[in-house]
Design a protein around this ligand. Structure first.
Ligand code: FAD
Length: 503
């Protein structure tokens, strides 16, 4: 069956100049050369959310797609490298573990490495923490960093990393790229949204001062306001607060002290958690908390008491609700960033979800017919991804032994989503993990958090019995030894930055 293709989109309008707006503009700027006008409207008076400093390795794919020179990016944004996240006090007070990027050991004869580790531990051996078998975890603990090797035979190829950066400088960096490629920035406040009376499609934006901007495809990057998708098109918000009760945060930068840790720290508190994100020029700190369980003053005191150095600004409070819109693409409007949904930054996933929205929009880029098939596919895949990330975050709260506050008692005993329960059931039996199609977090990530939070399976995979215990113990010693020596030979994080990309 053939039909006449609908006309091409020639005018794209992005509302919002935060991380979401400028990441979208930089990616879509390549369309300008094909005759598409890309306009970004933002209001300096309204400003941006101004947090969002920790990322995950997938961001490197976005950088590569745009041809961004990584060292230049690190220099321009005061960035440091991130090998994982250290979780303190999550399983119980005084406990800590790392969720590293990268892999644990190496599978042998089809048996996953963590199965060997578990068998060894079950036999009463002392294999040490599973993190000892992951180069990113060992290097993080030693404060070392280098880039991974491309040769898959090298232990260094198992390393993976992301960045900590100054979010405002990142948006500025991308703005430079987007404007150079022809994206037009308009300063102004969107006061009203015009819609076609028949179809309900957005036709244009009215700005303060009687200016109008018309377009064919509108990208809502207006932050928590959700000006187009939420306000104008009325797409409802689904709250996940019953699973993720944290609804406020205090954020404050502080003076840098001591060495630059190549990892984010997330320290559990009585009703939430604090983040610590080291940048070259300062440390980013925040306290995410549940206002039903702790008051604002106490939450602020806990944040300030945990700083390494002096605060560099007045603390700022942010309010939010975990959840997402029921659809992220409606009619001729796609919401990217906080306008589409919010999941707390425990696993630094918001910027990834922005990137994921951009990549999928580019793969399903519409014409003026706005086919339902593309829109349905976009919503299906993106909503699934939000749910997968949500479940991984819930795991950290739910799999805990803490009983020292009403908050932890709620999280430990709450009913969790079916999808997460199925994963936990599979793990609890024979330590099996599965990765759904398109799922962001790898089995290694799940294993690090499950074991770190103390979720021990009843037994191991029967296949592991085919490998003699003494032989696998020798293999594990060898892996640990190689990883230790490789990490020791790496430059320190500071040395690497000084040599390659100091701000
Ligand atoms: P915003 O930054 O709020 O930008 C909205 C834009 O819309 C602004 O430019 C504003 O001026 C414009 N706008 C709004 N209304 C109008 C109007 N009427 N007219 C014109 N313009 C308008 N993410 C991570 O990946 N890692 C982290 O470590 C992390 N930490 C976080 C910590 C906290 C406490 C919070 C709340 C979020 C965190 N995030 C993190 C999420 C991250 O901050 C956001 O995903 C990211 O900054 C994108 O925000 P945005 O661009 O969607 O919205």
């Amino acid at each position: 069956m053939t039909g006449t293709p609908a006309a091409r989109i020639t005018k794209v309008v992005i509302v919002g100049g935060g991380t979401a707006g400028w990441m979208t503009a930089a990616a879509l700027s390549r369309l300008v050369a094909t005759g598409v006008a890309v306009t970004l409207v933002e209001s300096e008076d309204i400003g941006t959310v101004g947090v969002g400093e920790a990322t995950i390795p997938s961001l490197r794919d976005y950088n590569r797609m745009l041809g961004i020179d990584e060292d230049a990016l690190v220099r321009a944004t005061g960035a440091t490298f991130k090998l994982g996240i250290e979780f303190r006090d999550w399983r119980r007070l005084g406990d800590s573990y790392l969720h590293p990027f990268g892999t644990h050991g190496r599978d042998i004869e089809g048996v996953s490495f963590h199965q060997l580790w578990l068998r060894q531990a079950n036999l009463g051996g002392d294999p040490g923490p599973i993190g000892d078998y992951c180069l990113s975890a060992v290097a993080a603990r030693k404060g070392r960093f280098t880039r991974p090797a491309s040769n898959p035979q090298s232990v260094l190829s198992t390393l993976s990393y992301a960045f900590h950066f100054d979010a405002a400088l990142y948006a500025k960096f991308l703005r430079g790229m987007a404007e150079e490629a022809g994206v037009v920035r308009v300063e102004g406040r969107v006061a009203a949204v015009d819609r076609d009376a028949e179809t309900g499609f957005i036709t244009g934006l009215r700005l303060d001062g009687d200016r109008c901007i018309d377009g064919e495809l509108f990208i809502d990057c207006s932050g928590f306001r959700s000006l187009l998708l939420g306000d104008a098109l009325g797409v409802p918000f689904t709250s996940w607060q019953h699973w993720l009760p944290c609804d406020r945060a205090w954020a404050v930068p502080s003076e840098r002290q001591g060495t630059l840790t190549p990892y984010t720290r997330a320290t559990a508190e009585t009703a939430g958690w604090r983040w610590r994100i080291p940048l070259q020029h300062r440390v980013g700190n925040g306290h995410v908390y549940a206002s039903d369980h702790v008051d604002d003053d106490a939450a602020l005191r806990a944040l300030l008491a945990g700083l390494d150095g002096k605060p560099l600004a007045e603390p700022r409070q942010l309010r939010f609700v975990a959840g997402r819109r029921e659809r992220l693409w409606e009619k001729n409007c796609v919401a990217i960033g906080l306008s589409g949904g919010f999941l707390e930054p425990l696993e630094s996933t918001s910027i990834h979800l922005i990137q994921s929205g951009i990549t999928r929009l580019m793969a399903l880029f519409p014409d003026r017919g706005f086919g339902g098939v593309e829109i349905d596919e976009y919503n299906r895949v993106m909503l699934r991804e939000y749910a997968q990330v949500r479940d991984f975050i819930i795991l950290h709260y739910h799999a805990t032994e803490r009983s020292d506050s009403t908050f932890w008692n709620h999280c430990r005993t709450m009913t969790i989503p079916d999808m997460l329960q199925a994963k936990l059931d599979l793990w609890s039996g024979k330590a099996r993990t599965f990765r759904e199609q398109g799922e962001l977090f790898t089995p290694d990530g799940w294993i690090a958090v499950l074991l770190g939070q103390g979720v021990r399976p009843v037994s191991t995979d029967p296949l592991v019995a085919a490998l003699p215990p003494e032989e696998s113990a020798r293999f594990m010693d060898h892996v640990r030894d190689m990883i230790g020596k490789t990490a020791e030979a790496m430059p320190t994080h500071e040395q690497f930055i000084a040599q390659h990309c100091a701000a």
